[in-house]
Design a protein around this ligand. Structure first.
Ligand code: SER
Length: 322
C-alpha cells in the first residue's frame, strides 16, 4: 500500500543540523513519514522516539540501499558528514563517509527512483584562491582541506546526477551554523557555539581562532529554512542544483565577543590559537554573495548577529538551567 505523503529519510539525524531538521520535517510532513537515520552517535531521545529511526552506515552502499527499500523512501536529506577539523585527523574515515558516502547516497537514490535528494555543501568548498569578500556563487573551487575536497565532489556529483542521470539533487553551501540544541565539536566554526556555553556557565571563553578571523555564519532556524525551502522550490526556477551560496551574517570572534559582552557585562574572551583550525578558517571566505539563491528560490534569512545572540542566550540559558 502506498502512503499519501512520501517518506523522507535523513542521514546524520544525530548531528547538529539533523537533530533539528528531523523534528521540523516531522512537523511539516507527519511524524511517521520521516525516518531518522544515525550511525555512530546515538540519536537524541526526542528524535529517536517521535517517529521511525534506523541505523545506516553511509559508507556502505548496501546499507543505504537496504534502508531506502525498507522504508520505501521518496526523498532524502544527506546530513551525515565528518566535519572539517575531525576530517584532517581521520582521513580514511573522512573519505569513507564524505566521499564514498556521497556517492552511495546519490547512486542508491537514483537506482531506487527517489524523487529528490538534498546534499548540503559548505563554505569549505572554497579555498585560498577563491575571492574572499562577497564570494561569488560560481567561482574557483580549490579547497585545501579533506572536508572541502569531499564537498566539491558532492557538489559536482550532485550536479552530474541532476543533469545526466535524471535525479533531482539540490544543495546549499552552508556557512558555520550556530545553534543551542546539539553542540558541534568536529568543525572549525564551532567556537561560535562553544562561546555561548562558556559565557553562560563561566562568563568566559578561550577561543581557538584569532580575534580578527571573519567567517560566514548562520543561525539554525535559517539553516533549516534554507534546506526545506530549496527542497520545496519550483524546479522550473532553478538554474543551479547542488551549489547555492546562502549568506546570513559574517563576524569575527572579537565581534561575537562584543555582542555577548553587551548582554553579559564582564564576559572575558581569551585567545589560544589552534594552528590546524586557524589554517582551515584562513582558507575560507569572509562573506558570501547569495544572489543566485535569492533570485532562483527566494532565499531570505531572518537572523542577523544581534537577533541570533539574543535567541541563543535565551534558549541555551534555559537548556543549561541558568
Ligand atoms: N561548520 C563546518 C566546519 O567547521 C563548515 O562546514 O567544519
Amino acid at each position: 500500500m502506498g502512503h499519501s505523503v512520501e517518506r523522507i529519510l535523513v542521514t546524520g539525524a544525530a548531528g547538529q543540523i539533523g537533530s533539528e531538521l528531523v523534528p521540523e520535517l516531522r512537523a511539516r510532513y507527519g511524524e511517521d513519514n520521516v525516518v531518522a537515520a544515525g550511525h555512530v552517535t546515538p540519536l537524541p531521545p526526542d528524535v529517536r522516539d517521535a517517529g521511525p529511526s534506523a541505523t545506516v552506515d553511509v559508507s556502505s552502499y548496501d546499507d543505504v540501499d537496504a534502508a531506502l527499500k525498507r522504508y520505501d523512501v521518496g526523498a532524502l536529506y544527506h546530513m551525515s558528514s565528518i566535519l572539517s577539523a575531525l576530517a584532517e585527523n581521520n582521513p580514511a574515515t573522512a573519505y569513507a563517509v564524505n566521499v564514498a558516502g556521497a556517492y552511495n547516497v546519490l547512486e542508491a537514490a537514483r537506482s531506487n527512483g527517489l524523487r529528490r535528494v538534498i546534499v548540503p555543501s559548505s563554505i569549505a568548498a572554497f579555498g585560498p584562491d577563491t575571492p574572499r569578500e562577497n564570494t561569488p556563487n560560481d567561482t574557483i573551487l580549490r579547497p585545501t582541506t579533506l572536508y572541502g575536497i569531499a564537498k566539491v565532489f558532492g557538489e559536482l556529483m550532485g550536479n552530474y546526477y541532476a543533469e545526466k542521470r535524471g535525479l533531482d539533487v539540490r544543495g546549499v553551501r552552508l556557512p558555520g551554523i550556530v545553534s543551542w540544541k546539539t553542540e558541534p565539536t568536529a568543525g572549525t566554526t564551532d567556537y561560535a557555539v562553544a562561546i555561548f556555553y562558556g559565557a553562560i556557565r563561566e562568563g568566559r571563553y578561550t577561543c581557538y581562532l584569532r580575534p580578527d578571523t571573519a567567517l560566514p555564519m548562520m543561525y539554525m532556524p535559517d539553516a533549516i529554512d534554507s534546506l526545506v525551502q530549496l527542497a520545496e522550490a519550483d524546479p522550473g526556477g532553478l538554474e543551479h542544483h547542488a551549489d547555492f551560496n546562502v549568506g546570513a551574517m559574517s563576524f569575527t570572534p572579537a565581534q561575537l565577543a562584543d555582542a555577548i559582552r553587551g548582554r553579559i557585562p564582564g564576559f572575558v574572551m581569551e585567545y589560544e590559537v589552534d594552528p590546524l583550525r586557524q589554517a582551515i578558517a584562513d582558507s575560507w571566505p569572509d562573506s558570501l554573495d547569495d544572489s543566485a539563491a535569492r533570485r532562483e528560490w527566494g532565499w531570505n534569512p531572518k537572523y542577523d548577529l544581534d537577533a541570533m545572540v539574543d535567541d541563543m542566550l535565551e534558549n541555551l540559558g534555559r537548556k543549561l538551567g541558568k
